[in-house]
Design a binder for this molecule. Structure first.
Ligand code: GLU
Length: 488
C-alpha cells in the first residue's frame, strides 16, 4: 500500500462496549498491524446527553485487557490530538463556517415540534422520512429577522436533491444511493455541538484516516459523509463496512444470546486470547475452515479481502469450547495465576490468602476440565474449605449400610495414617487391598471415600486428589465423616 495506513476506532462513551463494538476495534487494529500502519482511538463524545460516567475507562481497560494497543489516543496522546471530540469544537465550527460560506449548509429555525409533526405526517402518508428543506429556501431578509429575534437554530447540510452518491466499499463493493432519499441532515445542534456526521468527517480528515472500517449499521450514513467530504473539498478515505453480527437464531445480537459487554466476559472467566480468536472469526476467516489460531497468525493474515459480506453468527457454545482449548494450552503456572484472581474474588476472607504452592499442585487435576476460569472457585472449593457441607447419608453407597460405611471409613483412616508413602500409586494399591478385605467393590469403597474428602460425587481421580490434599487434611475429613455418619 502506497499511502500510510491510519485507521481509527471511534467509540461513543455511552456505556460498556459490547462484543460487536470491540470486534470493530479489533479489525481496525489488525488491519493497522498487518499493514505497518497506525491505530488511533478517538472518543466521540459530542452527544452530551448520552455520555455515561466511566465509559471511556471501561472501553480502554477492555482494549488493554485484550492486548489491543493503540498508537494514538487517550492515555497515550499523539500528534493529531486532542482525541476527544468534545475538545475539538473549534475545528467543527471552522468547517461549519466554510460550509455556510460555500452555500452547502444553512441555518434552520424550525422548532423541534414542527420537525416531529412532519415525520408523523410522512409516516402516515408513507413518504420518505426526513426534513423537508423548509429553511433552505428562506430569503436573506427572513433569515436576518429570525436571527434578530434570537431564534434558536441548527445547522443543516444542503444535500444534493437529485443524482446519486456512491462508494466503492472495500468490503461491500460498489454501493449507490439516490440523493433524493437523504434529507438535509443536521450538522450542528442547538447546543452548538456537532452531530456525529459532522464530527466524523472533520476528524477523519484532520487525523488523516486512510480507511474507515466500521460496523455495517453506519453504511446508510455513508452518502452523507461522502457529500460532506465533497462539500469541504477534502480527500475521501476508503470505506469498509464490517458485516453484522447476529445471534444463532439470526436475530440481531443481544443479551439474550449471551452476548454481553466485554468486561462481563472477563468476569465470566474467558481468556483474552480466546476472545481475540473468537472475535476474529466474526466476519473474517483465514481459510474458511481453521478455527483455532494464535493472534500472530491472525495478525499476519488479516486482509479485508477475507472479510465477508454475510452476517457473522455469534455462537456462545463455540466461544466456550474455544476458551477450554485455550485454557488447556496454558502453562500450569500461568493457569494457576489466572485462577488465583478468581479464587481471591470469590472466596471468603477466611480462606485467604491462597497457598500458591498448594494451588500449583491442584491445577493439573482440573486443567482438562475447566471451560472458564470462573468455574474454578466452585470446582476447587473442597480443596480449600475447612469444613465440607454435605449430607452424611450420601456417604453410604448402594448395597452398604451406615455401620458398614463407618467401619470402612475408620479402617481407611487408620491405614492412611500409617502409610509411609502418600503418593497416589501407593494410596491406590493400599486402599484397593483394604476394600477387598472389607468385601466392598471399588465403586462402593472409593465412592464413600470420595464423598468423605470432597463432599461430592464427581471429582478428579481420587488418589491423586488425596496426594495433593495431603495426609492431614484427608485424615481430618475422614474422621469427621465417620463421626457425622455415626451420629445419624
Ligand atoms: N461513534 C460511532 C460509534 O460509536 C463511530 C461510528 C464510525 O466509526 O464512524 O459507533
Amino acid at each position: 500500500m502506497s499511502t500510510t495506513v491510519r485507521v481509527r476506532y471511534a467509540p461513543s462513551p455511552t456505556g460498556n462496549p459490547h462484543i460487536g463494538n470491540i470486534r470493530t476495534a479489533m479489525f481496525n487494529w489488525l488491519f493497522a498491524r498487518r499493514n505497518g500502519g497506525r491505530f488511533v482511538v478517538r472518543v466521540e463524545d459530542t452527544d452530551q446527553g448520552r455520555i455515561t460516567e466511566g465509559a471511556v475507562d471501561h472501553i480502554l481497560d477492555g482494549l488493554e485487557w485484550l492486548g489491543i494497543d493503540w498508537d494514538e489516543g487517550p492515555r497515550v496522546g499523539g500528534p493529531y490530538g486532542p482525541y476527544f471530540q468534545s475538545e475539538r469544537l473549534q475545528r467543527y465550527h471552522d468547517a461549519a463556517e466554510r460550509l455556510i460560506a460555500s452555500g452547502d449548509a444553512y441555518r434552520c429555525y424550525c422548532p423541534p415540534e414542527r420537525v416531529a409533526e412532519l415525520r408523523k405526517e410522512q409516516a402516515r402518508n408513507k413518504q420518505r422520512q426526513g426534513y423537508d428543506s423548509h429553511c433552505r429556501y428562506l430569503t436573506d431578509a427572513e433569515r436576518r429577522a429570525n436571527e434578530a429575534a434570537g431564534m434558536s437554530s441548527v445547522l443543516r447540510f444542503a444535500m444534493p436533491q437529485s443524482g446519486t452518491t456512491s462508494v466503492d466499499d472495500a468490503i461491500r463493493g460498489h454501493v449507490e444511493w439516490q440523493n433524493e432519499l437523504t434529507d438535509d441532515f443536521v450538522l450542528v445542534k442547538t447546543d452548538g455541538f456537532p452531530t456525529y456526521h459532522m464530527a466524523v468527517v472533520v476528524d477523519d480528515h484532520a487525523m488523516e484516516i486512510s480507511h474507515v472500517l466500521r460496523a455495517e449499521e453506519w453504511l446508510p450514513s455513508t452518502p452523507r459523509h461522502v457529500q460532506l467530504f465533497r462539500a469541504l473539498d477534502l480527500p475521501m478515505p476508503i470505506f469498509g463496512h464490517l458485516p453484522m453480527i447476529l445471534g444463532s437464531d439470526r436475530a440481531k445480537l443481544s443479551k439474550r444470546h449471551g452476548a454481553t459487554s466485554l468486561m462481563e466476559y472477563r468476569d465470566d472467566g474467558f481468556l483474552p486470547e480466546a476472545l481475540i480468536n473468537f472475535m476474529a472469526l466474526l466476519g473474517w476467516s483465514l481459510d474458511g475452515e481453521t478455527d483455532v489460531m494464535a493472534e500472530d497468525i491472525i495478525r499476519e493474515n488479516f486482509t479485508l479481502e477475507r472479510v465477508g459480506k454475510p452476517a457473522a453468527i455469534f455462537d456462545l457454545d463455540k466461544l466456550q469450547w474455544m476458551n477450554g482449548v485455550y485454557i488447556r494450552q496454558l502453562e500450569r503456572d500461568d493457569l494457576a495465576d489466572r485462577i488465583l484472581v478468581f479464587l481471591e474474588r470469590d472466596y471468603p476472607d477466611a480462606l485467604l490468602p491462597i497457598d500458591r504452592a498448594y494451588l500449583l499442585r491442584i491445577v493439573p487435576l482440573f486443567h482438562e476440565r475447566l471451560k472458564t476460569l470462573a468455574d474454578a472457585p466452585d470446582m476447587l472449593s473442597y480443596f480449600f474449605q475447612d469444613t465440607l457441607k454435605y449430607d452424611p447419608a450420601t456417604l453410604v453407597q448402594r448395597g452398604m449400610d451406615n455401620d458398614g460405611t463407618v467401619v470402612a471409613i475408620r479402617r481407611a483412616t487408620s491405614e492412611l495414617s500409617a502409610a509411609d508413602d502418600f503418593g497416589h500409586e501407593n494410596l491406590e494399591a493400599l486402599l484397593r487391598a483394604v476394600g477387598e478385605e472389607l468385601g466392598l467393590s471399588g465403586r462402593q469403597f472409593f465412592g464413600t471415600l470420595r464423598t468423605a474428602i470432597t463432599g461430592r460425587t464427581a471429582t478428579p481421580p481420587l488418589f491423586e486428589m488425596m496426594e495433593v490434599m495431603g495426609r492431614d487434611r484427608v485424615l481430618e475429613r475422614l474422621s469427621r465423616a465417620a463421626e457425622d455418619l455415626a451420629a445419624l
